[in-house]
Write a protein that binds this ligand. Structure first.
Ligand SMILES: O=C(O)/C=C/C(=O)CC(=O)CC(=O)O
Ligand code: CA
Ligand code: MG
Length: 502
């Protein structure tokens, strides 16, 4: 198995030394002398473990024989003791030492304003170019790489999971309370640990291609009911393959960028001709998106069971949508100008390694997917998502929906494998949107189209209400995984609607 990590550790329950093998992000206890009843009662924790002289944060589940840790147990893994950083991390911070998401930032003016990679820790950004220049990336894969001296993360993504793991181990060790190298080096600390409110975040990746899936069954059903009626709201193909459209990479913007209300042809009502003008039905879509790692050669699909090695991490995404333009133009080829005027992503890419403790079972798929989509382990992540709207002139923002990543029917790995099954090549930095993440209840719908049922009812927003977005509205998406005493969060993904061109 590729990229397998093996190590021995100490079982806190059976008090014996055990051999542990990591398999696709899961931990397999290969010790023969561990009794099964101990497994049912508890899951072990302990970190960091030493492997190849690198501090390695890992969790093991105590299983007898060679059974894999099952997914429901994975949620119990998060009850493990929180690691501690010497950098202050407030209890509600999204950026604990368990997280360490990657972004691209610039700081100050002149030479220091060069865009470069960083990770978030508490209220600080750790400058990875400074850490590399100081010789602190001392692992075999990163010590002589220039991937942290780039203005985007693509080169780091291309290196693949072994390098990502090496970076995570190095950074978790460097930032831990027990490690003096950075903690006791005042001049390096001043250079490398920058207050987050002093930096400007930029797009973290150069996005060659962007695809948007349609993976929430609740969203598919609601859109079907609204656009196509109650006969067959979900097309039969939906249950056999992850449906998607090819999006527009050039208009993907970083959180905080204003969105100009698009103009276009709107859907005619009755026998009237289509209208042209500023969209009258501007909407947000609550989504997340996977960032592609090494990718594949043209003509060589990625196996679904190896797809996780091609996903570096996940961001929050808002697929802004003009519903009047979309409804008129998208038959029969799919979304075009109704969605290509802007897509916002959050600045911090949370890695799959950081999300691992929050893995949970993906829904049962009926009918069973074809073999190329059938996964040995099919997982989602328990990520709480929220959308707020801040109307112009308001001090406060108001929550309009709450959902969870685990409502997705098709998994990230199925989406990626399906994307390549015809031989299509994915490249480092490509972005795969999940599709709107709607849950089953009306309070968990992921866009205004559903929340107001295509403008047939008003949605309360503080003292006012909305059918669709108005000029001056700011839409703020946030996402967080809550561990025991720490968070793995995504920060926010926001954008404000400004008036259309005259
Ligand atoms: O079902 C439809 O007609 C339209 C669906 C969408 O607009 C959704 C889309 O962009 C994919 C998604 O976000 O799930
Ligand atoms: Ca979408
Ligand atoms: Mg879009």
């Amino acid at each position: 198995m590729k990229n397998q990590v093996q190590f021995s550790s100490f079982c806190l329950i059976c008090k014996k030394k055990v051999q542990v093998t990591e398999l696709g992000g899961f931990f397999l206890c290969t010790s023969k002398n561990v009794r099964s009843h101990q497994v049912k009662e508890s899951v072990l924790g302990g970190a960091p473990f030493a492997i190849n002289n690198n501090a390695y944060s890992a969790l093991i589940s105590c299983l007898y024989s060679s059974e894999l840790v099952s997914l429901p147990k994975a949620s119990a893994l998060r009850s493990t003791m929180a690691l501690k950083s010497f950098v202050e991390v407030k209890p509600d911070s999204h950026f604990s030492i368990h997280n360490l998401p990657y972004g691209i930032f610039k700081h100050g003016g002149g030479d220091t304003a060069t865009p470069r990679p960083g990770v978030a820790i508490g209220d600080y950004v750790l400058d990875l170019s400074a850490i590399h220049s100081a010789g602190l990336f001392d692992g075999p894969l990163l010590c002589s790489s220039d991937c942290f001296h780039q203005s985007n993360l693509n080169k780091f993504l291309e290196l693949g999971r072994p390098a990502w793991k090496e970076a995570r181990a190095t950074l978790q060790k460097l930032l831990s309370v027990d490690e003096p190298a950075l903690q006791n080096n005042a001049s390096l600390r001043q250079k490398a640990l920058l207050p987050m409110d002093e930096v400007e975040m930029l797009l973290p990746i150069a996005i060659g291609d962007y695809t948007d899936f349609f993976s929430s069954m609740h969203h598919a059903k609601n859109c079907g009911l609204i656009f196509r009626g109650p006969e067959n709201p979900v097309n039969p193909n939906w249950f056999h393959l992850p449906i998607a459209y090819h999006g527009r990479a050039s208009s993907i913007v970083i959180s905080g960028t204003d969105i100009i209300r698009p103009r276009g042809q709107g859907h005619p009502s009755g026998n009237s001709p289509p209208y042209f003008g500023p969209s009258r039905k501007l909407d947000f879509e609550l989504e997340m998106a996977a960032v592609v790692g090494p990718g594949n050669e043209l003509g060589k699909p990625i196996d679904v069971n190896e797809a996780a090695d091609h996903i570096f991490g996940v961001v929050l995404m808002n697929d802004w949508s003009a519903r009047d333009i979309q409804a008129w133009e998208y038959v029969p080829l799919g979304p075009f100008l109704g969605k290509s005027f802007g897509t916002t992503i959050s600045p911090w890419i949370v890695t799959l390694d950081a999300l691992q403790p929050f893995a949970c079972d993906a829904p049962n798929q009926i009918p069973q997917p074809l073999p190329y989509l059938a996964e040995k382990i099919s997982k989602n992540y328990d990520i709480s998502l929220e959308v707020q709207i801040k109307p112009a002139g308001e001090e406060k923002s108001f929550t309009v929906t709450r959902s969870n990543f685990n409502h997705l029917y098709w998994t990230l790995t199925q989406q990626l494998a399906h994307h390549t099954i015809n031989g299509c090549n994915l490249r480092p930095g490509d972005l795969l949107g999940t599709g709107t993440i709607s849950g089953p209840e009306s309070e968990s719908y992921g866009c205004l189209l559903e929340l107001t049922w295509n403008g047939t009812k008003e949605l309360p927003v503080g003292k006012t209400s909305r059918k669709f977005l108005e000029d001056g509205d700011e839409v703020i998406i946030s996402g967080i995984c809550k561990g025991n005493g720490y968070n793995v969060g995504f920060g926010t993904c926001s954008g404000k609607i400004v008036p259309s061109l005259p």
